[in-house]
Design a protein around this ligand. Structure first.
Ligand SMILES: [Zn+2]
Ligand SMILES: [Zn+2]
Length: 595
């Protein structure tokens, strides 16, 4: 690897180069493939790459070994990647001869400046072309030096995609693969993928009977009893924490008149993502809320606030709707109906630092409980696009940065990436598979108070604008629970487990004592079920294990006589016989938890 390059950049070039090799290999599957396999685009993505193409017949994973064989041949040949600049006419002629209609469209886009220079092959005068061996592609690069560097790769899966993401255009096939610098890296990634597939929250959600999805309501979750328990328990714990931190909970309507969305700016920027309600003429007159902010602005504005009332914090777990495209919906991670641990904190400029300190404290308490380390991206002012006063921005950004530093939070600055109305912190947690999952956002907002003309009375009696902080720590509960399911592989900590304990009888003779044990635990608010079926004890244990139940209490002759329980723990294995009272004490200690 050339020393001057960042490892990440190198991997991106490596993966994109492997995509070229794969495109060439797919062409080799078909007679006259250079003309019949129509290539679209093939960028690197996180850890992987893909290439979109129109193929004479669908590619399936059964084709992978044949494609990989052709790829290996080109890799073995160690062909250099060579760049050339062609004139538009030269490029059009070459790709037209080969029926490469998508490339022709891209070339036209480049000459019209419609495709941005960073997207596809474009040079100052004409079109950038890359060759590797017999393969030629329209491509801006950059690439690695030789195909031999791509030897640690694997094809992964194939899916459908539309040309330019437009469902009215051609349906393409997208073939995904991964490529790494070393064999170890490749194997580690494949292993992580395998583990991730086992923990996939959609799969575990089914197996653990947590939730369902139905085509009758796409992107909206049917929480089954166990999943609903987790959802409610989590939201209750969060609620309790916020109450203790000076937040006031409100409940606000789902549907609002379009005038509110005009005031808030959502009509202008967010309308396509909202569920609109139309009048008889088909004009939208109201909409389901995608966010709680405008409702909270109305509440704030309804009374006069003195500086003494601030910070004023409104917490709302209301139901939100977002009109995500059907194709992008995915399990709990991307839904149309969701709830957040959302809050809006109204503060004076002088209170920003303190308020961020407190908000970061909430992060530490919630994420700390789940052993989830977190880091954040700090988006700062875009010099060409911002509202308000530069000095106010600079002060706010300095404050945010020093709060991050004081709290020793790992962060990266994304200069110029903030929305025009205020600097933003995006938080990612690192789960047990070492994946970064985006959860929470803390957004400082100078704009909404302007739009809603919010004021507070300053100590000198003058009217001042408050600043609003939009903040969600868990983010959407749906996505947060998806992350927790995968983080714990379904084995939730005892306090969050929908069933904490199964009491199981060795035979029907012990049902009375087992029922007594169950009743005692129920009285102590433990979530306990009794398995007194005629199944063998081994089968009962297996069933409880599959459901990731933290404790199994086995009841037989000995236990009944000595008033004990035989305890098997999901996490600690066989603990052995315990007096019933001792077990009750143990489990009560474990479930007694607040953030
Ligand atoms: Zn390329
Ligand atoms: Zn908001």
């Amino acid at each position: 690897m050339p020393e001057s390059n960042q490892p990440e950049d190198y991997l991106e070039r490596l993966r994109h180069s492997t995509a070229h090799i794969m495109a060439y290999a797919v062409q080799q599957l078909f007679p006259d493939g250079e003309h019949t396999v129509k290539l679209a685009i093939g960028p690197p993505i996180e850890n992987e790459f893909y290439y979109d193409m129109e193929v004479p017949r669908p590619i399936t994973p059964d084709d992978f070994s044949e494609i990989e064989k052709h790829m290996k041949a080109m890799i073995k040949a160690n062909a250099p990647f060579v760049q050339e600049t062609w004139t538009f006419d030269q490029a059009r002629e070459w790709f037209a001869e080969r029926n490469q209609k998508f490339k022709l469209e891209l070339i036209d886009g480049i000459s019209d400046q419609e495709v941005s220079a960073s997207d596809e092959g474009v040079a100052d005068e004409g079109v950038s072309i890359y060759h590797n061996g017999d393969f030629t592609d329209l491509c801006k690069g950059p690439h690695i030096e030789k195909t031999g560097e791509c030897r640690y790769f694997k094809l992964l899966r194939v899916s459908g995609a539309y040309w330019r993401g437009d469902s009215n255009r051609e349906q393409l096939q997208r073939i995904y693969g991964t490529a790494w610098e070393t064999k170890n890296d490749l194997q580690a990634y494949l292993k992580q993928r395998e583990e991730a597939a086992k923990r996939d929250h959609r799969k575990l959600g089914r197996e653990l009977e947590l939730f369902q999805m139905h085509p009758e309501s796409p992107g909206s979750v049917f929480w089954l009893p166990k999943g609903a328990f987790i959802y409610n328990h989590l939201s209750e714990k969060v609620r309790k924490l916020y109450l203790s931190e000076g937040y006031q909970e409100v409940r606000t309507p789902l549907i609002y008149d379009s005038s509110l969305w005009e005031t808030s700016g959502h009509w202008e920027h967010f309308k396509d993502d909202m569920f609109l309600i139309e009048n008889e003429e088909g004009d939208p007159t109201s909409a389901l809320k995608p966010m709680n902010c405008p409702a909270h602005m109305l509440i704030y504005k309804s009374v006069r606030h003195s500086y003494r009332d601030l910070p004023y914090r409104l917490h709302d777990q209301g139901v939100l709707h977002r009109n995500e495209a059907t194709g992008t919906l995915s399990g709990l991670s991307r839904v149309r109906q969701l709830c957040q641990d959302d809050a809006h904190n109204f503060v004076t400029e002088d209170q920003i630092a303190d308020e961020y300190e407190r908000i970061l404290g909430l992060f530490q308490r919630i994420y700390g409980t789940f052993d989830l380390p977190f880091r954040c991206d700090f988006s700062t002012r875009n010099p060409d696009k911002f509202m308000g006063d530069v000095d106010v921005w600079n002060r706010a950004e300095d404050i945010l940065e020093s709060v991050l530093k004081n709290n020793q939070i790992e962060y990266t600055v994304d200069p110029g990436e903030a929305a025009f109305y205020g600097p933003k912190l995006d938080f990612q947690v690192r789960d047990s598979l070492n994946r970064d999952v985006q959860c929470a956002t803390v957004q400082l907002d100078f704009q909404l108070p302007e739009r809603f003309e919010l004021i507070y009375i300053a100590p000198d009696g003058s009217e001042k604008r408050p600043v609003v902080i939009h903040r969600a720590i868990c983010g959407s509960f749906e996505r947060f629970i998806a992350m927790l399911i995968e983080h714990y592989a379904g084995a939730f900590p005892t306090w969050l487990s929908p069933v904490q304990c199964v009491v199981m009888t060795i035979s029907q003779k012990f049902v009375d004592y087992a029922t007594e044990v169950q009743q005692l635990l129920l009285q102590k608010d433990c979530r306990v079920v009794l398995d007194n079926s005629d199944d063998k004890i081994g089968a009962k244990i297996r069933q409880a294990r599959l459901q990731r139940v933290p404790y199994m209490l086995i009841i037989g002759e000995r236990e009944q006589q000595s008033r004990t329980v035989s305890v098997r723990s999901r996490d600690e294995g066989d603990i052995g016989a315990m007096p019933l009272d001792s077990f009750v004490d143990k489990i009560i200690r474990e479930v007694d938890l607040d953030f």
